[in-house]
Design a protein around this ligand. Sequence first.
Ligand code: 4AD
Ligand code: MG
Length: 481
Amino acid sequence: MKHTKIKDLLNSTKPIDDVTVKGWVRTFRNNQFLAINDGSVIHNIQAVVDFENTAPETLKRLTTGAAVLIKGSLTESQGAGQKFEIQAKHLEILGDSDAEKFPMQPKKHSLEFLRENAHLRVRTNVFGAIMRVRSVLSFAIHQYFQEKGFVYVNTPIITGSDAEGAGEMFKVTALAFDGTPRNEEGKVDYKADFFGKETNLTVSGQLEAETYAMALGQVYTFGPTFRAENSNTSRHLAEFWMVEPEVAFNDLDANMDLAEDFIQYVIKYTLDKCPDDLAFLNQRLADEEKTKPMAERSELGLLEKLNFVLENNFKRVSYTEAIEILRNSKPNKNKKFNYIIDEWGADLQSEHERFLVEKHFKCPVILFDYPAKIKAFYMRLNDDAPAERQTVRAMDILFPGIGEIVGGSQREERLDVLQQKIADLGIDEKELWWYLDTRRFGTAVHSGFGLGFERLVLFVTGMTNIRDVIPFPRTPQNAEF
Ligand code: 4AD
Ligand code: MG
């Protein structure tokens, strides 16, 4: 039986005689007004039930969460709050929902409670809105790169290399858990494993993407990545989605231009396509802000914040300048930071990143030219820096409320410099023979970056915990569902 989406009915320009709707009951008031949602739009449609001609047993089954089919006519609504409603002529309960047991009651639940019910939380307004926005954002990402002629590359999920050299990887093995068989040295014999070598879930598709950029020119990946870092924060997931463009012949400035243009495009696209969901999330954030003390409230609302990013250039600041700003900042002098900045070379913590973005510059910031020591092996060494202050052509984009949203760099294209770096870090060059081939055959300047998709969704939805912007979050001690 053909049914119409609630979104289309609410957008109708005229009454319609015969319509069929299928969805889930949100509320049932006065034995008469049934609010139904089908996920197509944040709004419910109201069906007016002819209770005098409906069996009392059926009316009793119209409980929150029940799946229903309604046939009737779409008429202009008398009541306030909606333009159209359905005068129900036929009503069927497709699936009952025990009102006593259904966890999603028609009331405000805490986000913690909803996380424990991640399989049902998407039936709430907030999570419906977040997940529709997430979907539109991912489409916008493809649209942006496809319009610009980038090739979408699917890099492997199972890899034999550690792209970030940080060792925060999940092992992939088909061996027994007691670690047998062993080799002569008593170590696990990975030659006997499925792939004949040690493998892990990818932390980044960058290295493989670089090889493709050196043939196809402009490429991007968009897929799941995995990190076994034990960071139990509101911005870290063990499984997250990353977008990684990689462009031949781009230097770091062109890389920054690309990142800025890309982020502005996808936010603009989503503002255009999701006005209702974003209006709802804007209000949700405003309500949440009201519960905070004045001093902690953010100056801008969600929509204002999104428009601010579209209308303002990101501020580009070198690491060295940033360190000076931080060193002289009030929280540093008053020892309010957990990590006091006293020396050039210090790695920035999220408290420092957020100070720069939220308190000092009050706009998105691109930090560049980081100390070589705190960045990955593949980043291009700056030739003009003094030996004790070696820097690399790295860039991190910092966003208000988020901290780091993008990490990227110009890549080291010189074979000898890259080999030296790999040796200095004690990485086995043999593991990276294929990566080094890009530098052996037709090497060229190239750059790329990685954008953490969930951090972008956090920013666009105004949510504060990354566990609330991915359907089924994976974090330390948590892999339910
Ligand atoms: O800064 P990262 O580690 O950079 C890379 O992986 C590079 N290979 C990217 C590249 O140049 N192609 O990660 C990139 C971004 C971060 O800026 C952050 O937004 C996100 O990925 N990210 C995480 N998001 C959620 N949970 C985590 N545990 C994350 N780790 C990084
Ligand atoms: Mg990073």
